[in-house]
Design a binder for this molecule. Structure first.
Ligand SMILES: CC(C)(COP(=O)(O)OP(=O)(O)OC[C@H]1O[C@@H](n2cnc3c(N)ncnc32)[C@H](O)[C@@H]1OP(=O)(O)O)[C@@H](O)C(=O)NCCC(=O)NCCS
Length: 151
């Protein structure tokens, strides 16, 4: 597990294309990988390169998670759980008290992942995505660390 920097720009673009349908442009990835308030954790291996990423933006005491993805050829091996867990740990070290993100209603794999890590649905943005799907706002308290579903 590593903290990604600009040397991973091309690999992030490839993973974005394969796993996120081209979420961000080269310029947006470049900013993501160079801004000190943005954290980007990657899981790599020697043969396949970048397998999974979790990125977020520290805004005051909140971590706004902006991207979570695993290469389609390497899913259901715990990679997203590992990188997202590492990102949350980094945010704790930076004294973030909460983490939040938006996920499309119906993205069952992502919702299962977030639920597993203790996120709870805190609200809904109707028609938030271009295709008309609603966004479900996910929320996790980071301090003190999660003890139960009571957060
Ligand atoms: C969502 C995504 C990141 C999960 O990546 P992954 O590396 O396969 O996930 P993990 O192997 O770490 O899964 C951890 C847990 O999440 C849940 N989960 C993950 N994928 C799932 C699926 N397809 N169906 C049901 N549960 C799933 C399970 O609880 C899983 O634990 P288990 O395998 O022990 O049952 C991946 O499917 C992906 O890149 N999707 C496209 C991009 C995306 O939708 N990102 C989220 C945007 S908000």
């Amino acid at each position: 597990m590593i903290e990604l920097n600009l040397s991973w720009l091309d690999a992030c673009l490839v993973l974005d294309d394969r796993a996120l349908d081209g979420l961000w442009t080269r310029e947006q990835w470049s900013r993501e990988l160079s801004d000190p308030r943005r954290l980007c954790i990657g899981l790599t291996n020697d043969s396949a390169g970048l397998l999974a990423i979790a990125c977020g933006w520290l805004v005051v005491d909140e971590l706004h998670i902006t991207a979570v993805a695993t290469d389609p050829d390497h899913r259901r091996q715990g990679h997203a759980k590992s990188v997202l867990g590492a990102l949350l740990q980094r945010a704790r070290q930076e004294n973030a008290s909460h983490a939040t993100l938006d996920v499309a209603a119906g993205n069952t794999s992502a919702l299962a992942l977030y639920n597993l890590l203790g996120f709870r649905t805190a609200g809904r943005r109707e028609g938030y995505y271009r295709d008309g799907r609603d966004a479900l706002i996910q929320w996790l308290r980071l301090h003190p660390p999660l003890q139960s579903s009571n957060n």
